[in-house]
Write a protein that binds this ligand. Structure first.
Ligand code: URA
Length: 425
């Protein structure tokens, strides 16, 4: 059967259901250069407005998975389980969770990405450790999963290559925020990675992709459906991203905080979320272990040390302090009514912790430490945030963004719980 890109675009524009063959032809032909960028842009916009039904979405995801290599993790002596977060400010959970769940007996293949905009990326954080290697061969990934149980590394270029092309196109055509396009993008990579089970941390709120709960729930349900249909046991946890997670937002600052949690301390919210996600992961692979005890007795920290050393990093590396450190002080006395995750993320990004374009470098030392929590009573002049930057220009740029990060008044804040709800099949 022969297809025509213009007819496929027109059909989706008019709200029709696309056949499996039409979707397969369109995506594969785009991948090999036979469908033009402007045609695929038009189809993405039509999908943005008219969506994909479950059958269309399954085909769309399958074509993306089959466009590249699939990691084979069968034959490992441990069950495999992974976590994916939709991204937030101060979200360093992967750094703690992967070694923690490995210490409990599972294998955690955390194929991760870099940060873009105000949300940080796991690889950027670990690359703050000199010598640590993000790029591993498939054999190295397997070996490390067998011996240590945890790997955090860059997803190979060969995995779901159509997603890479589509993601760049979505970025420049304002079609990122579409539930079927986000769900197929995330799940195609996770399914190609070969994990048996998956926990999705779907962030909701001011600092998240999904600002409102209904859309976040719909995204979670869509991803759980795709995972389940592809034989991956998948559960989604909806979590609050109105406020930053923990105290630190910035690469080295987040590694330091992660190590505190791995040693049984650290901020309560980071510990609580890590343990909650670990419990779901362990349940999905039928391992009975107590993750809280593994943090408190040093076992998870020991696995972290092995994981960092295996990839060329020194787990005892002492991060240098940033060249410039300043505090931002409260302009008045009152209650911290709003600590805005997006606002804090933008300050950290402007200080040098994040990148505006994919090819930009990030600073290891730059970032923010949040010294108060929502609901705290503060006095005029009390330090609220600690700003870290490499030079005066970045410090000034971060300072210029401060006003939207924190609001002091006389009103008690809205208290959304950290763990909002779970989505399961
Ligand atoms: N992360 C992805 O991998 N894809 C998206 O579409 C959004 C977030």
């Amino acid at each position: 059967m022969s297809f025509n890109a213009v007819e496929i675009i027109g059909a989706k524009r008019d709200g029709q259901v696309l056949s499996s063959d039409a979707i397969t032809w369109m995506l594969n032909t785009y991948n090999t250069g036979g469908v033009a960028e402007e045609q695929m842009s038009a189809l993405l916009m039509a999908v943005f407005f008219n969506g994909l039904n479950p059958e269309e979405l399954n085909t769309w995801t399958d074509v993306m998975i089959n466009s590249g290599e699939r990691l084979s993790l069968s034959g490992l002596s441990r069950p495999t389980v992974d976590k994916h977060s939709t991204g937030g400010v101060g979200d360093k959970i992967s750094l703690i969770l992967a070694p923690l769940v490995a210490a409990c007996g599972a294998a955690v293949p955390q194929l991760s990405g870099r940060g873009l905009g105000h949300t940080g990326g796991t690889l950027d954080k670990l690359e703050a450790i000199p010598g640590w290697r993000a790029f591993l061969s498939n054999d190295e990934v397997r070996d490390q999963l067998e011996t240590i149980g945890a790997v955090i590394c860059a997803a190979g270029q060969g995995m779901a290559p159509i997603d890479r092309k589509l993601y760049s196109l979505r970025d420049v055509t304002s079609t990122v925020e579409s539930i079927p396009l986000i769900a197929s993008s995330i799940m195609s990579k996770k399914i190609a990675e070969g994990t048996e089970a998956l926990v999705l941390d779907v962030k909701v709120g001011r600092g998240a992709f999904m600002k409102d709960l209904d859309r976040a729930r719909k995204l979670a349900e869509t991803m759980v459906d795709i995972g389940t249909q592809h034989g991956v046991k998948t559960v989604a946890q909806l979590t609050n991203m109105n406020v930053p997670l923990g105290i630190a937002a910035g690469n080295a600052l987040e590694v330091i905080e992660s190590v505190e949690v791995l040693r049984g301390g650290g901020p309560q919210d980071v510990r609580e979320l890590t343990i909650a996600l670990a419990q779901i992961m362990l349940e999905l692979v039928s391992i009975s272990a107590d993750p809280a005890a593994m943090l408190d007795n040093g076992t998870a920290y020991e696995t972290y040390r092995q994981m960092i050393s295996a990839q060329g990093g020194d787990p005892d590396y002492e991060f240098p302090r940033a060249a410039k450190i300043e505090t931002y002080e409260s302009p008045s006395s009152g209650i911290v009514n709003r600590l805005d995750a997006l606002g804090v993320g933008i300050v950290a990004w402007r200080l040098g912790a994040g990148r505006a374009r994919k090819e930009d470098a990030v600073s290891a030392a730059a970032g923010v430490r949040v010294l108060v929590r929502e609901g705290d009573r503060v006095e005029k002049g009390q330090p609220l945030l600690e700003l870290h930057a490499d030079d005066d220009a970045h410090m000034q740029s971060g300072r210029d963004a401060l006003t939207s990060s924190i609001l002091i008044n006389d009103e008690e804040p809205d208290q959304t719980p950290l763990l909002i709800d779970q989505v399961r099949k």
